[in-house]
Ligand binder design. Structure first.
Ligand SMILES: [Cu+2]
Length: 68
């Protein structure tokens, strides 16, 4: 999943129970995975959040986030 306009930290089972301070704008998720993407929403606007697999995005795996 890719978030436009921001970078985020990931807290997921991928990293077991540890929090790694890896700053990203894209995170490759496994099927069924649940992850927290932690970021500071300090940029006003409408930002796209979507899957980078184009066939997934075309199938509806995307949306927008409004910060204002
Ligand atoms: Cu996908």
């Amino acid at each position: 999943m890719h978030l436009h306009g921001h970078h985020f930290w990931v807290k997921s089972k991928e990293f077991r129970k540890e929090t790694h301070e890896v700053l990203r704008d894209t995170y490759l998720m496994a099927p069924g995975e649940i992850a927290d993407l932690i970021f500071t929403a300090d940029k006003t606007g409408i930002w796209l959040f979507h899957c980078h697999a184009l066939e997934h995005h075309a199938g509806g795996m995307g949306g927008v986030m409004s910060i204002g």
